[in-house]
Design a protein around this ligand. Structure first.
Ligand SMILES: NC(=O)c1ccc[n+]([C@@H]2O[C@H](COP(=O)([O-])OP(=O)(O)OC[C@H]3O[C@@H](n4cnc5c(N)ncnc54)[C@H](OP(=O)(O)O)[C@@H]3O)[C@@H](O)[C@H]2O)c1
Length: 272
């Protein structure tokens, strides 16, 4: 199958846990450093600061790729579109580039067919260029495809890093040409002190963060690390020189130990 062309930069900046001035300053710095892809969400409570940093950067809108996500309590038909308009208002944007369902609702909550229909409506209304999902398992994706053509699902944003390679789900996404966006690539910093990662970094004269980003990209994924420090943002953005060989990739793949970070009580039954 021909892989679809993805016009989303394969490195973005994540903004989970970034609040108030820290969120504003971090996004502003990221844009100054060269990032053009920013990932936020309604639940992060920072769309306002992200929007202000984008505005103050004076970067032309068409050079940016902005993602937000609809939170669990806005999946119902009466709140969905209004919540997206509220996000756009906070972001000071007419539309986002990508709108995601943040988590699949448990089956006894909002029916998936209804909120995916709302998601498609958001696209048809021009509130977003692309639509996608996050934290969807294989079973969730199969159910989603009952409502949405797989071609409509721009990405599945899921946890993928050297300690959780999520290969089964990634293979299913690849089979259906659904691009994978890897979140928490650094295991919130933990994997950057891993001996194997440091060893490979030393071999390439690179930083551990650059090695992890290179591994995500070498596996065809987009990734969205977050940072609040200019030095780290520069380090992450300048990953392009790192070319991992097959042995490096195999050594990193072998670090998988199922160390999942995102495990809220409403999470779906994960693929093993
Ligand atoms: N869809 C979902 O359900 C979901 C769930 C979780 C996360 N996400 C997205 O994924 C993004 C990334 O995940 P995350 O922010 O939780 O964790 P992460 O990106 O794996 O790790 C962030 C941590 O790494 C540190 N760091 C960043 N660059 C570094 C560098 N070059 N050298 C050393 N340390 C570095 C940061 O510290 P400093 O700030 O000090 O640089 C921060 O503590 C989120 O921000 C969010 O946008 C999505």
């Amino acid at each position: 199958m021909t892989q679809r062309v993805i016009e989303m930069p394969n490195l973005g900046m994540g903004t989970f846990r970034l609040e108030g001035k820290t969120a504003y300053d971090s996004v502003k710095m990221a844009l100054e450093v060269g990032f053009r892809h920013i990932d936020t969400a309604q639940i992060y409570g920072n769309e306002q600061q992200v929007g202000q940093a984008i505005k103050d950067s004076n970067i032309p809108r068409d050079e940016l790729f902005i993602t937000t996500k609809v939170w669990n309590n806005k999946l119902n038909k009466s709140d969905f579109i209004a919540s997206v308009k509220e996000s756009l208002n906070k972001l000071q944007l007419d539309s986002v580039d990508l709108l995601l369902i943040h988590w699949p609702a448990p089956s006894n909550d909002e029916p998936m067919s209804e909120y995916l229909t709302e998601l498609l409506t958001a696209k048809q209304l021009g509130l977003t260029k692309h639509i996608g999902v996050s934290n969807f398992t294989i079973a969730n994706l199969k159910a989603a495809m009952q409502t949405l053509d797989a071609r409509e699902i721009f990405t599945n944003q899921i946890e993928v890093h050297p300690y959780l390679t999520n290969t089964k789900l990634r293979a299913f996404c690849q089979q259906h040409d659904i691009h994978v966006t890897a979140y928490m690539p650094f295991v919130v910093g933990k994997v950057l002190s891993d001996e194997t990662i440091i060893d490979i970094a030393n071999k390439h004269g690179a930083s551990p963060a650059q090695v992890v980003i290179a591994w995500e990209n070498a596996n065809g994924m987009t990734t969205i690390p977050s940072s609040t420090k200019r030095k780290n943002l520069e380090d992450n953005f300048n990953d392009k020189a790192v070319k991992l060989d097959e042995e490096d990739i195999a050594r990193i793949d072998a670090l998988d130990c199922g160390d999942r970070q995102a495990t809220p009580d409403f999470a779906p039954q994960w693929d093993q």
